[in-house]
Design a protein. Structure first.
Length: 438
């Protein structure tokens, strides 16, 4: 998922989430009906380079669904900067869409509100069965031991995108496999007048995705085994510091990227301003901005040493988008049919091709269209070296508070202020203090 939320919005997010949990879901009816069988409202997340791109991708498919079922789908593509707070507002008011996209990392948090339709065995049977979906995608659909709060729609993983010409001009023959190699390559690239690595320092979700991976590579977790926040343990602090130090100490990330929050680093990479980009399933976005597939290569995200895998060799979070149904929908049957349509083999091929993501549906994933060299990196990462973010009820608050702490650290780095272990720990301690009490 890609998301942009400011610190001020974070406080609203947390209060809404707590209110939703406290009121048992905030639904006005407590259950769905079929009172409005001819229409559905659908909130889609902004997956493409722009909202207009998403409308061009989705509307033909929604028209196809209407032709098949007679149900008209009213589409709204919601920017990531607004999506979570709009969903949380809907859970408290009961005035939401019938069907919506959610970032898969929010699954457990939104599940805790009680506002989403649980996908028990009976509901899964209506869309062809749970076994149609790959296990890694199902692992980010809600808290362990509970029926999923949503169904996987798009699967993604982070990769290292690198500009072949910039690498060749700097005398670099292959992409870096470790962070030390990336820093060394960055110095060669900088000597040729280019920026080494793009980042979105103002994007709280990008921050949390990367620092989650860095913490894992140091053997750290942001939560204890019983789900309590543990943001200031030494291994997490070391991981966060290493990520911010790519700007503060190693000079691989330019200081201007501290303010980036809306795909500017992707645009810089597409325009040849930066040599490397850490991004999830970026190919369609780069193509829409005029970059040819032959201009760049795709490699696994670096690790500390060795090769990607499990444990400390994790190099991506399990990224993706899930499809959820509001429990108080007035078209429960139509919403279920829509989920079945969107996760059908044919639609999975169409939609995931459009967004250069990986189908979470097994049969679609096996299609030749998803067996390209680029997709091989993403599929292998999801299968062997990606880890799901914590599936805890406070996950959305965790993203906001820690992502904002890292945003503040990037701002300090850009301003030339020292990034020390103590300063990182202090920011993370403030973030932990903002988390709800257990």
């Amino acid at each position: 998922m890609r998301s942009i939320r400011a610190a001020a919005v974070g406080a609203v997010t947390m209060s809404l989430a707590l209110a939703a949990t406290a009121c048992g879901g905030g639904t006005s009816t407590g259950g769905g009906s079929d009172d409005s069988p001819k229409t559905l409202t659908y909130w889609a997340s902004n997956q493409g380079a722009s909202i207009e791109v998403d409308k061009k991708v989705l509307q033909p498919e929604l028209d196809k669904f209407q032709k098949q079922t007679g149900i008209k789908v009213k589409l709204e593509v919601v920017p990531w900067s607004d999506l979570l707070n709009r969903i949380l507002t809907a859970t408290t008011s009961g005035q939401g869409p019938d069907v919506l996209n959610i970032g898969n990392t929010w699954s457990a948090s939104l599940q805790a509100t009680g506002a989403l339709l649980p996908w028990d065995a009976k509901n899964f049977d209506k869309i062809g069965g749970r076994d149609r979906f790959v296990d890694s995608a199902l692992g980010s659909t809600g808290a362990e031991g509970k029926d999923p709060a949503a169904v996987p729609l798009y699967s993604m993983a982070y990769a290292l995108y690198y500009n072949k010409k910039i690498f060749a001009d700097a005398g670099i023959s292959q992409p870096p496999a470790t962070w030390d190699e990336l820093i060394a390559d960055g110095k060669k690239i900088s000597a040729k007048g280019k920026s080494a690595l793009g980042a979105e320092g103002g994007n709280v979700s990008e921050n949390i995705h990367h620092t989650f991976v860095f913490a894992k590579q140091h053997g750290g977790d942001f939560f204890t085994a019983d789900g309590k926040p543990d943001f200031t343990n030494d291994k997490v602090v070391a991981g966060v510091k290493q990520y911010v130090d790519l700007m503060a100490k190693d000079k691989a990330i330019p200081t201007g990227d501290a303010e980036y929050a809306q795909n500017q680093s992707v645009s810089d990479f597409a325009k040849g301003k930066q040599a490397m980009l850490l991004w999830q399933s970026a190919s369609a976005n780069l193509k829409s901005q005029g970059m040819s597939d032959s201009d760049y290569g795709i490699a696994p995200v670096p690790v500390q040493s060795g090769t990607p895998g499990t444990g400390a060799q994790v190099n991506s979070m399990v990224a993706g988008i899930n499809l959820a149904v509001f429990k108080n929908t007035k078209n429960l049957d139509g919403a279920t049919k829509f989920v079945k349509f969107m996760t059908s083999d044919d639609e999975q091929k169409i939609l995931n091709t459009a967004y250069s993501s990986i189908p979470p549906v097994k049969a679609a994933q096996e299609d030749a269209a998803f067996n390209t060299p680029a997709n091989a990196v993403l599929k292998n990462t999801l299968a062997t070296s990606a880890s799901a973010l914590p599936q805890v009820a406070s996950e959305s608050q965790f993203e906001t508070t820690v992502g904002t702490a890292v945003k503040n650290l990037f701002a300090d780095a850009a301003a030339g202020r020292a990034i020390t272990t103590d300063s990182v720990k202090a920011e993370l301690e403030k973030a932990q203090q903002q988390m709800p009490a257990a």
